[in-house]
Design a binder for this molecule. Structure first.
Ligand SMILES: [Zn+2]
Length: 114
């Protein structure tokens, strides 16, 4: 499971941040997960819950904001939110598309108790 290694690196960051802020515990963690990031939010949640035991984040909750795939056609400048992954402009059938969002995997926010 790809998500386990992501969660492992996430926890390295969390522990570092907690140390920096001299936090007692981590209350919540918010991630932004793009539709094209290759990460499945449910797997990420499961991995997080397994991993958090006996860490500073043991009682924390994970919030995931799913970011849809958004593209812009370079020919007709239309912006489209895709729920399928068919990379063709709906207006002009162009395949020259630019990805605006949906590939990200970001640590958006950490809530700490100091
Ligand atoms: Zn177009």
């Amino acid at each position: 499971m790809h998500e386990l290694s992501i969660v492992a690196s996430l926890f390295e960051i969390l522990e570092e941040k907690a140390k920096e802020q001299k936090a007692k515990k981590i209350i919540s963690v918010k991630l932004k997960v793009g539709a094209l990031s290759g990460v499945i939010p449910e797997f990420l949640e499961t991995a997080f819950d397994i991993y958090k035991k006996d860490t500073i984040a043991a009682e924390s909750t994970l919030k995931i904001e799913e970011v849809p795939l958004k593209i812009r056609c370079q020919r007709c400048d239309t912006e489209i939110v895709k729920d399928d992954f068919v990379f063709i402009c709906e207006k002009c059938d162009s395949r020259e598309l630019e990805t605006l969002s949906g590939t990200e995997l970001l640590l958006e926010k950490i809530e700490l108790e100091v």
